[in-house]
Design a protein around this ligand. Structure first.
Ligand code: HEM
Length: 328
């Protein structure tokens, strides 16, 4: 029997347990080149989420988390190194813009293990696979003839790829964040969690701010500077921790496991497995401990594993390209 190249790739990935390689042109280098083409190259800064602030805190698993799964991630309290950011590679982006906010943090587990979360303030990403994301970035890049982006080109691309419209539609309805601490975050992709009986479950993560989801009105936004978010967080955390309830949602048959633009219905079994507390923020003008780090969405504690989501599969390699370029 002759097998197609796709079937051979799939068989190879199953055999070796590795995520399928990004197909076609959407290599990690090509994705970072395309980010640089849209946002410019900024020495020493991340190719995306260039603007951000370092923070630190604690990871506090709940009794329900400990009961749910024997992963070291739910075993006990642990320190956290974190970074809050704005999406995109423009370090001057305004804190009032309607771009997703990011939260990345590393849980330093007892016994030397680590678990990274690399989250956005939306439950969906802007493309279902790396090829579509690369096409979108290329359609948004400045036209070499004019030196300016052509909005018609980006619109035509998005019309031809409806999955690229899901995130902007979600962001258009969400309030513009009053604080990094009043923002909900999602890991978006599906992961697998092994429970106490050794059974694997498809799950997704959400982070619900204890301070509530608070946005700013147009009038309130007009009062703010373009760089208010880091200072606001510093002032807030000086009064007490900023905290999130960390929830695991379980898939039901038919829920998409590999499309980061497809949400799951609200009514899914949910367990609150931990609380994230941010207790310190790097002083203004200082880079902080997170700056040289690379948070990797597949750097997972024992008992957790990535799904076959093709965006998840390419992210870590793209982040490594960005890290290599920003530390050159
Ligand atoms: C193919 C899709 C994607 C590409 C090519 C991409 C690319 C990048 C790159 C190059 C960086 C800078 C990494 C570094 O220098 O350390 C970055 C940072 C980041 N990305 Fe993505 N990304 C993608 C998808 C996503 C998704 C789906 C999420 C959320 C679920 C996300 C959340 C973040 C966050 C929060 C940061 C900032 C990390 C930090 O503060 O160090 N990205 N991304």
């Amino acid at each position: 029997m002759r097998r197609s190249p796709a079937a051979i790739l799939l068989a190879a990935s199953l055999l070796f347990g590795a995520p399928a390689a990004p197909a076609g042109e959407a290599t990690p280098e090509a994705l970072v080149d395309a980010l640089n083409a849209v946002f410019g190259k900024h020495k020493g800064l991340r190719a995306s989420h260039a603007k951000g602030v370092c923070a630190a805190g604690r990871w506090l698993p709940t009794a329900a988390g400990r009961e749910l799964a024997p992963t070291p991630l739910f075993a006990g309290e642990a320190p956290v190194v974190a970074r809050f950011s704005l999406a995109g590679g423009n370090p001057q982006v305004s804190d009032k813009s309607r771009t997703p906010r990011g939260l990345a943090f590393r849980v330093q587990l007892a016994g030397g293990g680590e678990h990274d979360f690399v989250l956005l303030s939306a439950p969906v990403f802007q493309a279902k696979d790396p090829e579509t994301f690369l096409g979108l970035l290329r359609a948004r890049a400045p036209d070499p003839a004019t030196g300016k982006p052509d909005p018609e080109k980006a619109k035509a691309f998005m019309d031809a790829h409806p999955d690229t419209k899901v995130l902007p539609a979600w962001m258009a309805k969400a309030p513009i964040t009053a604080s990094y601490a009043t923002t909900p975050y999602w890991a978006i992709h599906t992961f697998f969690l092994t429970d106490a009986r050794g059974e694997r479950h498809a799950i997704r993560w959400s982070f619900v701010p204890e301070a509530g989801v608070v946005g700013l009105s147009e009038a309130e936004l007009a009062q703010q500077s373009d760089d208010f978010l880091a200072d606001e967080l510093r002032r807030r955390v000086a009064q007490g921790p900023a905290a999130w309830r960390v929830r695991v949602h379980f898939a039901e048959p038919g829920d998409s496991l590999d499309d980061p633009t497809a949400t799951w219905p609200e009514k899914r079994r949910t367990v609150e497995v931990a609380r994230l507390e941010i207790r310190e923020v790097a002083p203004a003008g200082e880079k902080g401990a997170c700056d040289p780090l690379m948070f990797a969405p597949d750097n997972l504690a024992e008992g957790l594993a990535p799904s076959a989501d093709p965006i998840l599969a390419v992210r870590t390699a793209a982040y490594a390209v960005s890290l290599a370029r920003r530390t050159e």
